[in-house]
Design a protein around this ligand. Structure first.
Ligand code: KIV
Length: 272
């Protein structure tokens, strides 16, 4: 199978902008640890997101809310050590930027200083405008995130598709334009109607990356554990599984157990 890797040696925010301009789609996946990040980076992924979905897939929490800034920095520094080419973006977790812009700036600076990541991501629009502007004016690139924003799950009450109604769709477009005017370098749109996502991607100059936002945006992101089939129970319509690693691992583990029980592992060649 071919590896889709362009000539880009190191992906930057500027290059993502150029990719949008020339109509080249941007590939993005989550990563939370060194070993996986090495594989994804060598495979040619453009952007690695150290997502706060680590709270769900790495720590087994029901929501993204419990993960802390310290946890995110730990995950991010593991990913950064593995990466040679991809742009590494880190979620600022719930409770580390919503109170005010000083707290937001402090959190962003900690992430950049302590992990070595290249950019941060925040959820929300007009309500976090000041924080976004302050982080960007300190020299930290910011990726926005609108639509279904999991840090607000208790406000929404459900993980269903957002912005189906006109008022919410209008607000989303306004927020997207606002984030662009504040200086965000890219925007994630999660679980919104395809037509709305297309409209936003057409109106914005910055790249729009979708998850459950249809094909007419500038790139796609998925949670790596979902697309590799490590997680089993999460089956939203937007998810395409590219492997069934759950099955592969289960078979390998049961083979190993059988070999240990039957004393066929280790054999002479595997012993000193
Ligand atoms: O945390 C995460 O994995 C995300 C993606 C779903 C975009 O924010």
């Amino acid at each position: 199978m071919s590896v889709h890797k362009s000539d880009i040696k190191k992906v930057t925010t500027h290059q993502l902008q150029e990719m949008k301009s020339r109509g080249e789609k941007i590939s993005m996946l989550t990563a939370y640890d060194y070993s996986m990040a090495r594989i994804l980076d060598a495979g040619g992924i453009d952007v690695l997101l150290v997502g706060d979905s680590a709270s769900n897939v790495m720590a087994g929490n029901e929501t993204t809310l419990p993960i802390t800034l310290d946890h995110m920095i730990w995950h991010a520094s593991s990913v950064v050590k593995a990466v040679e080419r991809a742009l590494v973006v880190v979620d600022i977790p719930f409770g580390s930027y919503q109170a005010n812009s000083s707290e937001a700036l402090r959190s962003a600076i900690r992430i950049m200083k302590e992990s070595g990541a290249h950019a941060v991501k925040v959820e929300g629009g007009s309500e976090i405008k000041e924080s976004v502007m302050r982080i960007i004016s300190a020299g930290v690139p910011v990726m926005g995130h609108l639509g279904l924003t999991p840090q607000s799950i208790y406000k929404f009450g459900t993980y269903s598709v957002r912005a189906k109604e006109e008022a919410e769709a209008e607000k989303l477009i306004e927020d997207a334009l606002l984030l662009e005017s504040c200086g965000c370098f890219a925007l994630v749109l999660e679980k919104i109607p395809s037509k709305l996502a297309e409209k936003v991607a057409q109106r914005l100059r910055i790249p729009v990356i979708g998850i459950g936002a249809g094909p007419k945006v500038d790139g796609q992101v998925l949670v790596v554990h979902d697309m590799l089939g490590i997680t089993k129970d999460f089956k939203p319509r937007f998810l395409r599984r590219y492997a069934d690693l759950n099955q592969v691992i289960t078979e390998a583990v049961s083979h190993y157990i059988a070999d240990v029980k039957s004393s066929s592992f280790p054999n002479d060649k595997e012993s000193y």
